[in-house]
Ligand binder design. Sequence first.
Ligand SMILES: [Zn+2]
Ligand SMILES: [Zn+2]
Length: 481
Amino acid sequence: MFTSEDCKWCPAVDKIVRKLTGHEMQMVSVTTVDVGIEPEIAQRYNITEIPTILMNEEPVLKGYMSEEMIKDRLWNKFFEILLNKENTLKIRKKTVFDTIQSTLDSLIQKKLIRPTIGDYVHLFALQSTVATLLSLDPLASKLLYQNSRLFGMYGYYQMLLMNANLKLTKAITPKERFYETTKALELLFNNYGLFPNYAVETIQLKEFSENEAYIEVTGNAFSVGVSSIDEPLCHPFAGQISGIFEVFTGKPILVTETRCWGLGDPYCEFKIELGKDSKTIATEFDRYKEDIAERREKFLYLLHDINTNYQNSILMQRQLRPKIGDFIHISVLQEAVTTLKLEDPFVSALLYSAGREFGLVGMGKDIFMDLVIKNGLKTPVDDLTEALPILKELFDHNYLRFSRIYSSMQITELKDDEATIEIYECAYASGLENTNTTYCDFMAGIIAGRLNLLIEDTVIVKEISCHGTGDTKCTFKITIE
Ligand SMILES: [Zn+2]
Ligand SMILES: [Zn+2]
């Protein structure tokens, strides 16, 4: 950040930037350069206006801007950096493969990963995680697509699809393989006995030509039941399909979601194009950037929708998917969001930020605030010794536990400004192999967001051990700044 002593706007902008980078974007560090003291640095970067902020040596903003604007500019640049980096990353086949072994055991051998609550989680968890992630920036769509594409390529689908459609193994030309793969998808996903992950209710091939196919998907867990936000929502699903087709046809594949609940349709439709590269995707999402404030507003409504649907689903037994119900295998959630971290550890900051957002506005907030009153407290509360027992009550509340995102939460250390909690059978990480990675940044973010509803000072939550680091539970360290 370039400043000068007599710069009028600098202190205000500096304050906002430090607030963002210290908390929500913890992987970003800020250096200030006073152009009066170090003019040669300013000259090297052609600084003509103060304040100017560069990120990875490229300008992100100049002059005074509101907090919302600064936040958007920083996120946007951050996503760009992340996506460009991703192209140069080596694909970690083995890690993907290790990650899915317990999924297969659970789905096919019926060996439970989570002995107390079983291996299915309410699709509410998937929808709210993806929605808050997307609300940060339209480019999150591409990140989700690319990550899931790897699972399509290196996951277990090939084996399952070949078993489901024996003609697939015998098909020779790319076109034949293209066709047989669509048929295999139909056969696999419509056979719940064979493959009960419940990601979707049905898949049907609608149109097929030389190098283009349309498939219709009903009851897609990523979007079923939400109202229109003028954007498709099922990017992880689209990405996974593209990876699958790439492997079977040996050609580049572009999958575009042409109909979706997010676009106002009561089902999803995907256009699969043979021989078309996915590089064109980034520009496609650019059009969602036009009105950021309006887009955010839409996502807020979307979260509200997801909460209402959850309530109807568990309290009124009004299921979004009459045939198969509203629970999905935890692997659907893990493959879509959790394993983004295999791509790049920096993604943890995104997930944390999204979780924090959800903690501040998402489902369970009303119950949480009611619990505060019931305990005779007023916000803001003094410290963690007051706030954390209420959070524990929230975690113990049946309304949340019905989602089966976790089985239980325990407080293991509690001081005024420091605490440790454990979460058992967390859906984001249970069953994942030890890859020396903590996977539950979204959960850490939720805890931070929730506590920040009660505590004025910034709450920082860090996952210190996880299934992904070889533990049998997830442990979170909570500190107050
Ligand atoms: Zn969709
Ligand atoms: Zn964890």
